[in-house]
Design a protein around this ligand. Structure first.
Ligand code: FAD
Ligand code: NAD
Length: 508
């Protein structure tokens, strides 16, 4: 049983009250947390007013239900009565009302396309749109979304061939700077999914003609943009065809329009980082090829009390490498997540209860950070608070390993107490080893004997800690932490004269 005190939940600083990406979140009334919503959906109450009947909804009918006390919204062709959900919506009633009596697919996708509304709102399902869905299901390629002629010229294509023992699928990406991070492959139970992702997504998705072995190899010819997916046949028989095309096969659409894909990963270790933060190591299936790029996050999905709940996490490295002479060898088989377990956190409590050997669903990576932002910088400042440190780990490693022009890299790390500082020893060792790197710890609730800096993010702290090494040096300032921290940080930096282009915030 989940131990969730209904009155105190969510706490004022909870993720359920605090928006990522600067969107306003409204304080929820007591008893209106996600867990409370899950409880209500399980209570057997008729949440649609239709006594369990599903109906076909016309556009005219949908439009009639446009008031708070009678509000229907269409999401991906399905119509939901969201009136009972109003008070539980972290974005507030006004945000939901923007789609009242209309198609809310784009609105929902813009805000949180990763939230599984199909599961969250399943008890509110009124029915399907009658004639045609207003928006297409995720991942489909409706006509209006076909790219323009010039973009279509860049549409990748694929081919396949076989030997006695192998099947090779070749994707011609028409992209010169291909790399392993842009290729995601999964193959499970004869279902092959190969995706080339950048700003757009190209997908090969087939139900294979015959069974293949578990391990999948991926070869990338970076300069010519050719990607080979090599599968081992289970039986050495001749295949007449590659397989049956699945619904999104051979489509090329904007990345943000492609639905998130999840695969099950095994928890192989769980180690303590601090009193409340753990490093989880997840093993990807042997048939998955997936690398999470610097600055990107993945989503974890768990079913909690019968409802699918999704939260974002930013993979880190197993430790901070100290020798930057060579880029670290990529270990494509494991994902490391540094996660703070909140004592009344809905998702983290369930995560903390996972046993070694248990499985959890992990999505494809997402995020808007581009390595090129660092590649042209001379001074890099990383402002991290609490677990906001996680995106800084790979970034730090990338900057010190692969960015030649960097003169200074300074991490300004805000925590409550000394016991909360993540990887303190490793950071201090790194600072000793690499003269470009400096770390400064700032505590908001220090013990009496703390001699370092104290306080929260402020204009005076930032004017002291963030300085160009030369008058005109190119600077990048990355910020990550609780939303108020990030928002205040951006404002102070702008007041200090830094431009929007010089600041990157990590958000979902
Ligand atoms: P909730 O149920 O949302 O909150 C329950 C309780 O947890 C609250 O009552 C409160 O006591 C406590 N709590 C939650 N959030 C906070 C907070 N910010 N400050 C103080 N108390 C809080 N988290 C990581 O640990 N590691 C990561 O790598 C990571 N990456 C992220 C990447 C992105 C892009 C984003 C947006 C968030 C990331 N998070 C990360 C946060 C994570 O997604 C969850 O929000 C977090 O794990 C809390 O989930 P929960 O369901 O357990 O807590
Ligand atoms: P925490 O509560 O331990 O606080 C750490 C420090 O953050 C505090 O010492 C303080 O200096 C600062 N801080 C906290 N609340 C503040 C406020 N209201 N105003 C100004 N400064 C404040 O932090 P935590 O529990 O580790 O939370 C980390 C946060 O980082 C979470 O909100 C999480 O969602 C976010 N996060 C985001 C990403 C991302 O990529 N967007 C990645 C990891 C974590």
């Amino acid at each position: 049983m989940l131990n969730v005190p209904p009155q105190a939940f969510p706490a004022p600083s909870s993720q359920q009250r605090v928006a990522a990406g600067g969107r306003a979140k409204v304080p929820l009334k007591p008893g209106r947390s996600l867990m409370d919503w899950i409880r209500l959906t399980k209570s057997g109450r008729d949440l649609t007013g239709l006594k369990g009947r599903l109906i076909e909804v016309t556009e005219d009918e949908l439009a009639k239900h446009n008031k708070k006390e009678d509000c229907w919204i269409c999401i991906r062709g399905f119509v939901y009565n969201v009136t009972p959900y109003m008070e539980y919506h972290p974005g507030g009633e006004d945000e939901l009302m923007k789609a009242a009596g209309a198609d809310g697919t784009d609105l929902f996708d813009q805000v949180h396309r990763w939230v599984n509304y199909e599961s969250m709102l399943k008890e509110c399902l009124v029915g399907r749109m009658a004639v045609k869905p207003i928006a297409a299901p995720k991942g489909m390629l409706p006509e209006k979304k076909v790219l323009g002629a010039s973009a279509r010229d860049l549409t990748p294509s694929y081919d396949w061939f076989q030997t006695d023992s192998l099947i090779t699928i070749v994707i011609y990406t028409k992209q010169k700077d291909m790399n392993a991070e842009l290729v995601i492959v999964d193959c499970e139970d004869k279902r092959l999914r190969g995706e080339i992702v950048d700003d757009h997504s190209y997908l090969v998705e087939v139900d294979l003609d015959h069974a293949v072995q578990e391990d999948v190899a991926v070869n990338i010819a970076e300069k010519v943009g050719k990607v080979e997916i090599i599968l081992k046949k289970k039986d050495n028989i001749h295949w007449k065809m590659l397989g049956q095309a699945l619904e999104s096969h051979n489509t090329f659409i904007k990345r943000t329009e492609r639905g998130l894909f999840y695969r099950k990963c095994k928890l192989v270790s769980k180690t303590e980082v601090t009193h409340d933060t753990k490093l989880l190591c997840l093993m990807l299936p042997r048939s998955t090829h997936l690398c999470v790029p610097v600055g990107q996050h993945i989503y974890l999905k768990q079913t909690i009390a019968g409802t699918e709940v999704v939260k974002p996490y930013t993979p880190v490295l197993p430790f901070l490498p100290l020798d930057f002479k060579e880029p670290p060898r990529h270990d494509g088989a494991h994902l490391y997540l540094m996660i703070k377990m909140y004592s009344c956190g809905l998702f983290t409590q369930a995560l903390d209860h996972l046993q070694i050997g248990d499985y959890i669903s992990v999505s494809n990576p997402e995020g808007n950070f581009k390595k090129s932002q660092v590649q042209t910088s001379e001074d890099l400042f990383l402002l991290a608070a609490g677990t906001g440190f996680t995106p800084m780990v790979k970034l730090l490693n990338f900057a010190l390993t692969e960015v030649g022009c960097l003169r200074t890299v300074r991490l300004i790390f805000f925590n409550k107490t000394e016991d909360d500082i993540l990887w303190r020893n490793q950071l201090e060792q790194l600072a000793l080893k690499d003269e470009r790197f400096e770390v400064q710890f700032i505590l908001s609730q220090p013990a009496k004997d703390w001699v370092g800096k104290q306080g929260k993010i402020s204009s005076s702290l930032l004017s002291e800690c963030v300085k160009r090494s030369r008058k005109d040096s190119k600077v990048l300032i990355c910020i990550c932490g609780p939303t108020p921290f990030t928002e205040q940080g951006v404002q102070y930096l702008k007041d200090l004269g830094y431009s929007q282009e010089e600041i990157h915030t990590f958000t979902a």
